[in-house]
Ligand binder design. Structure first.
Ligand SMILES: [Zn+2]
Length: 429
């Protein structure tokens, strides 16, 4: 090639300090062969001069070029010491700016793939198809660059309101065993801080123990669902934080109890599970709908169906209980809310209430301080939306990933607010 053509070719390939040896077009894309032209290294053992022992072609998938998938063939030099008396062994050249020796795609393709999968939440398979390489080639790169990005110590600072929440990650094996993980969340900022395996106390305890004591002291509010293990985590690790029950989970529990009650009454009155013509089955959606979202027609219909299918008014009581639980969060005054929650817990345990409602009452009483604390903290009010969105985001991108390490990286890249500008400066693990 003329020197002009060589220069143009190098410009197009866009890598520093390389000679372009060959560019071939194949049916499935371009194949670009390069070699480095850096300084000759010295022997690592004796510091003496080295000679070329051999050259091997190492293939990396690269970014697509002009719409064609591109493969970079790097003719790598193996050096060996010239001194016969030297004990040093031969070594292969390194140029991480081209590609890390442990990754099957080039450095720039790795950074691009990390943004595609991590920031935009695209699937690994999709990005692999773009690059014309395998799933593992992309996932390995995302893991290598992503880990360095999420372990950045500046990713999150002090956290005033810390939340724990369980997520079903996937089902494994022929018995579809559920695999759970716990999300550690900054409830105020709606940021995923980390993900730990399991939904018992151990994982979050270890995670919190790894934070500096000063960091733990900053936590003023600790939000949780109505689960014992997370309560234990907070009791042990951040004993001074005020525990706050997440409204979303309490309302969900009230809805679950309502649903259980409806199905039991259905069974007792009809002797079978709900058919689409049964009144109680027909009103199941209207029951869980928030009362203010029912129009007059919906409410009339619901009351009619209950009159037909709920002879002792049990479902109706459970429905009212759910609405009263929701009304806890419309009270402005913290003291008033505390009294209201305690009274509600007792009222729902009245003998006239169906068994599901009495269970709800017991739970409310057991968690009354945490439920009422919401009114002092309001930690989950605005951010509940943010946190629920965050959980949905994590699920959308990470649900079904069986490998926990991959799950953690992808969830944190997507919802953990990494500092993306850092990607240009980090080196892959
Ligand atoms: Zn040597």
């Amino acid at each position: 090639m003329s020197s002009d053509a060589t220069r143009m070719c190098e410009l197009l390939v866009g890598l520093p300090e390389v000679n372009v040896l060959d560019v071939v077009e194949r049916d499935d894309g371009l194949v670009v062969t390069i070699e480095t032209r850096g300084l000759r290294p010295v022997c690592g053992a004796c510091g003496g001069p080295v000679v070329v022992k051999d050259r091997t072609d190492v293939v990396h998938a690269d970014l697509a070029c002009f719409g064609r998938p591109t493969v970079l063939v790097w003719r790598k030099v193996r050096w060996s010491c010239r001194s016969l008396s030297c004990v040093g062994s031969s070594f292969t050249e390194l140029a991480p700016q081209i590609a890390s020796p442990r990754l099957a795609i080039t450095d720039r393709a790795g950074r691009w793939a990390t943004v595609q999968v991590g920031r935009h939440g695209r699937s690994v398979a999709e990005v692999a198809a773009d690059l014309g390489c395998g799933w593992h080639a992309v996932m390995d790169a995302v893991a290598a660059y992503g880990e360095a990005l999420i372990d950045d110590s500046g990713r999150f600072g002090d956290v005033e309101a810390l939340g724990l929440d369980e997520t079903l990650r996937c089902r494994l094996g022929p018995w579809k065993v559920q695999q759970w993980s716990t999300q550690v969340v900054d409830v105020r900022r709606g940021q995923l801080l980390d993900v730990v395996e399991g939904r018992n106390a151990a994982g979050p305890c270890v995670w919190l123990a790894a934070r500096p004591e000063l960091w733990r002291d900053q936590v003023r509010w600790a939000t949780l669902d109505l689960s014992g293990p997370y309560r234990k985590v907070f009791d042990t690790m951040v004993p001074d934080a005020v525990q706050v029950a997440d409204p979303f989970h309490l309302v969900k529990l009230a809805n679950t109890k309502l649903d259980e009650c409806r199905r039991r009454v259905q069974n007792e009155t009809m002797g079978h599970r709900g058919h689409k013509t049964d009144p109680l089955y027909r009103c199941r959606r209207l029951l869980t709908k928030a009362d203010e979202r029912l129009d007059d027609h919906g409410r009339t219909k619901l009351l009619g169906l209950l009159a037909a299918g709920d002879p002792h008014g049990e479902v109706r009581t459970a429905w009212h209980a759910k609405e009263v639980v929701r009304s806890i969060y419309t009270i402005d005054d913290a003291d008033l809310a505390a009294q209201f929650v305690t009274r509600l817990g007792h009222d729902l345990q009245d003998d006239s209430c169906p068994t599901e409602v009495r269970q709800l009452g017991r739970t409310i009483l057991r968690w009354r301080h945490q439920i009422a604390a919401w009114h002092q903290a309001h930690v989950s009010n605005g951010p509940t939306e943010a946190v629920n969105n965050l959980i949905k985001r994590v699920k959308r991108v990470a649900f079904g990933i069986t490998n926990f390490a991959n799950y953690r990286i992808r969830a944190l890249l997507y919802a953990g607010k990494p500092y993306w500008d850092l990607l240009a400066t980090i080196t892959p693990r």
